[in-house]
Ligand binder design. Structure first.
Ligand code: BTN
Length: 279
């Protein structure tokens, strides 16, 4: 263990409880625990955070891994009370809240649609989000899970394309997890409260999302459910939160998928690169 890894302060349980943030030392997945709390009646905005997750879940059935105390792994219960058609904005809204929080701490993060949070010219992933719908006695509820790599060392990264806030600012102490957590939760709660009203606030969020989105204007490949691949230029995020791809002939709105930002070098030799449009 490096010195960096050895000096990881614990979160302050009573202080955070006063902000409706429950801290647990260890759990499988904070999303699973928050879903349980939601079914038990946890109110809108309630938060569960774990010092260590042993079975963290990622998008598309992937895993999310980080050593104890090195990341912020949290889940927020949101009860949006809006028509189902608006739910796809929840993960995008949460991504904007993460970007804002990081900006407040001096990090210029960008979003890869829908909500991977990237840092630096190499666009390494520093945070990921997983929003899950839970049926509860109080109605359908969203659990917004966020994993943010704070003090992971290079050896601790799960994949080479990831990074942490500490690695992005070498030689400086890692940002304080508790300050980040409080800022992030406050941003998320406020964003959610204004967005759910709709109208101008929802339009403003769409504009802010577009500004934070590194995917727009780029050639991309989208791997979609059912082994379909779409390739084109990302030209917009529509009012339903879908990424709009232009393949030169048609515009394709995409609601779900894994986006790859294609660089010239990646493109050469890629089988998908040889297929125009939907594969
Ligand atoms: C992804 O990028 O694939 C999404 C990762 C989401 C990870 C977070 S960590 C806290 C919460 N609990 C989970 O099990 N997953 C999310």
């Amino acid at each position: 263990m490096t010195d960096d890894a050895a000096q990881r302060p614990f979160l302050d349980v009573p202080r955070l409880a006063a902000h409706r943030i429950e801290v647990v030392a260890e759990t499988g997945s904070t999303n699973a625990l928050a879903a349980e709390r939601a079914r038990e009646g946890a109110p809108d905005g309630a938060v569960v955070v774990a010092e260590h997750q042993t079975a963290g879940r990622g998008r598309l059935d992937r895993r999310w891994e980080a050593p104890a105390g090195a990341a912020l792994t949290l889940s927020v219960v949101l009860r949006p009370d809006v028509p189902p058609a608006r739910w796809p904005w929840l993960p995008l809204l949460a991504g904007v809240a993460v970007v804002e929080t990081l900006a407040e701490h001096g990090f210029a993060a960008r979003l890869k649609w829908p909500n991977d949070v990237l840092l630096g010219a190499e666009e390494r992933k520093v945070a990921g989000l997983l929003v899950e719908r839970v049926e509860t006695p109080g109605g359908p509820t969203a659990v917004v899970g966020i994993g943010l790599n704070v003090s992971l060392t290079a050896d601790e990264l799960p994949v080479p394309t990831a990074t942490s806030l500490a690695l992005a600012r070498p030689g400086e102490p890692a940002p304080d997890r508790e300050a980040l957590l409080l800022a992030l939760v406050a941003r998320l709660r406020t964003r959610h409260a204004s967005w759910r009203v709709g109208g101008a606030a929802a339009d403003a969020l769409r504009q802010e999302y577009r500004e934070a989105c590194a995917t727009l204007g780029r050639p991309v490949r989208v791997e979609m459910p059912g082994d379909r691949t779409l390739q084109g230029t990302a030209v917009d995020v529509d009012a339903d939160g879908r990424l709009v791809l232009d393949d030169g002939l048609t515009r394709h709105p995409v609601g779900a998928g894994d986006v790859v930002h294609v660089r010239a070098a990646d493109d050469a030799g890629s089988p998908a690169a040889q297929r125009p449009g939907v594969g």
